[in-house]
Design a protein around this ligand. Structure first.
Ligand code: DX5
Ligand code: ZN
Length: 216
């Protein structure tokens, strides 16, 4: 089932409550947490996530682009996130961390940067509810979709199908009504879109257009 999760990285941070209302037809709100260490950009943290949770009925899809997710990720699950995504490149004990996230009531997800292969992680896919294949280098909105990530999405989808596993594949970065078709064709079903939703005059129409394009 296709899911469209707009990223508030491209929203107006001074008017978050109104910006969340613009995406009421989305499946979840994607929240990018950056620490200026794992990526060269800084956004927001737990107190803001806690407040977002209070003002939107949408599930929270938290994407942690931070060092030491082993320490921080469970706190986002406890704050009521529906899913918490940590980066494979940053986690010290990804299996333990995924289990802690599930124990705290969140869906456990792991992200791979564009150049990180999926092969070393195939044996732990059963520990995850979602695999995020980054389709740009994490850190900034508005970048172009990297087609070089498509074979990795296909390999992950094959492994998931072959193993009869329930996890879904999310893609994040450069998703537009054009690129979403290629990502969907490769096997992704959960789509993060920042600039293509928040940059549109009519965010609801942009979400609907992405949904239609993903199922073509
Ligand atoms: C980038 C973030 C994305 C970002 C995507 O590191 O993880 O969620 O908001 O922005 P667009 O859709 O503009 O590429
Ligand atoms: Zn993201």
């Amino acid at each position: 089932m296709t899911q469209i999760n707009p990223s508030i990285l491209s929203a107006d941070f001074a008017n978050l409550e109104a910006e969340l209302q613009r995406i009421g037809s989305a499946d979840a709100v994607h929240v990018d947490v950056m620490d200026n260490h794992f990526v060269p950009n800084l956004t927001l943290g737990l107190p803001v996530v806690q407040r977002i949770r209070e003002v939107t009925p949408l599930p929270l899809d938290i994407h942690l682009m931070i060092e030491d997710p082993d320490r921080w990720a469970p706190q986002y699950a406890e704050a009521g996130a529906a899913s918490v995504t940590f980066h494979a490149e940053a986690a010290t004990a990804p299996v333990k961390l995924a289990r802690e996230l599930r124990d705290a009531g969140a869906r456990a997800a792991m992200a791979l940067r564009p150049a990180t292969p999926v092969e070393p992680y195939l044996d732990m896919l059963a520990e995850l509810d979602m695999l995020l294949v980054m389709t740009v280098e994490p850190g900034f909105g508005g970048q172009s979709f990297l087609d070089l990530t498509l074979p990795k999405i296909r390999r992950a989808a094959d492994a998931i199908r072959g193993g009869g596993l329930p996890l879904v594949i999310q893609v994040d970065g450069g998703i537009t009504a054009e690129t979403i078709e290629r990502a969907a064709d490769a096997g992704a079903t959960v789509f993060v879109a920042g600039s293509s939703v928040y940059g549109a005059d009519d965010a609801a129409a942009a979400i609907a257009a992405l949904r239609t394009a993903a199922s073509r």
